[in-house]
Design a protein around this ligand. Sequence first.
Ligand code: BG6
Length: 513
Amino acid sequence: MNSNSNPTPSQIDDVTIMIFGASGDLTGRKLIPALFDLYKNGYLGGNCLIVGVARREKTSDSFRSELKTELGEEIPQSAMDNHWNDFASMLRYVHVDLTNQADYVSLKEQVEEVESERRLPGHRVVYLATSSSLFLPSIQNLSSVGMIPPDANRVRVVIEKPFGHDFDSANKLSQGLSQLLNEDQIYRIDHYLGKETVQNILLFRFGNAIFEPLFNRNHIDHVQITVAESQGIEGGRGKTYDKSGALRDVLQNHALQLLCLVAMEPPSLFEAEHIRDEKLKVLQTLKPGRSGNVDEWAVAGQYAASSIRGEKVKGYVDEDRVAADSQTETFAAMEARIDNWRWAGVPFYLRTGKRMATRVTEIAIQFKLPPLHLFTTVECEGIDCEPANAQSNTLVFRIQPHEAISISFSTKRPGMQYRLQPVEMDFDFKGSFAIDLPAAYERLLLDAMRGDSTLFTRSDELEAAWKFVDPILQQWEQEDHRPELYPAGTWGPKGGNQLLSRNGHYWRAPTPE
Ligand code: BG6
């Protein structure tokens, strides 16, 4: 197993990957497709071992055939024909009750037996894709059979979210894990960091000289971060989601990570610890956008039944496995501030929601207006122009779908008058590079195997993020607190708009194109 903080794409051919929670949705939908792609693209050699570990009884053969069916629905037939059999020869399944210590003895024997057949050195990545209550017991049980040596070159543990459900539980989990694992053995996943366009935020900011000098309170009016999904709660997720809600599910992790990348100082070196130190500083200086009660700066919403493009859709409380009187929020928005020299006074607006008008994740950096309005701005359809408000420049990172970066500016509208018309300059990833962007899990799994933790969150980052959202959770969990309803298929409740309008701002209505 390599340990390299600036990885080059060399092949890894000596690792054992153990996926705990292998009968769950994530394994079939994300992890196995990611490993298959890594294998197909030559990053993973055919001698590795991939062990699915879960409570359900099945054989390695049935595990392989289930995965083949699931993968076959996503992967082109030619890729399956060319690569599946060799890939499948790396797959094994071991049935384990994760809470039963005795089962780990047999797990160890079975893994060691195949490792010895394949002459593998026992360098392992343990991927915890289980329910979060099993994270610590799994590591304790692995440790009790000697499978957790305190050496990051021998074993690394990848931990899915949620890492805790508030500050105290995250802290307790960190403490429990730190009894058995060193920090450099723990890889906490936030899959947003594995997205190509998210990584590009840092490369764009610190690899170009023209934008970074403008990224501060002197030039930027405010920042909007949107993580919007058009889907509701599907695939039987209701029960888990109902215990979590939009704030815990997306805002506390994915959206705050995006904020960190946009706001952090340049690291002195592009290495994991330097980058994470800078992100941590941002999280530690986060403050509510307004003083006073949480309701002044954070808004909870829940989607209500509606019809979208003529089709009836359920309200959240009618979704499968959701309590009929649920007060869980499916929309969360907030105004935050970063209390440091660079960003003092600049509002950062964040929002996320299910069943919103469209699926789009973007960061919009809104610049200040020029100090004088020398020209009339117009909005034109064909040749008919109407006077319009002056438009500020906006730099948009579109994370998904249709990954792109665009800048809007105003230009002279051709004609005999001095009139400004807003236009856009676009860069789109697929158009420019003509390659498929690697999936987030592909990158993150490879990094965990290589020992590069740059794109994983450190415990202090996570705890700082929980500390910031904890007061909101406490307020929203009070019995008399109700999320504001919004019709499914819209941009969320009115309260979300008011967060901005009282500052003279308004949300963009991003289109996915
Ligand atoms: C997950 C959340 O972390 O991110 C889901 O638990 C959400 O509720 C998903 O749908 C969004 O990820 P992506 O990559 O589809 O934007």
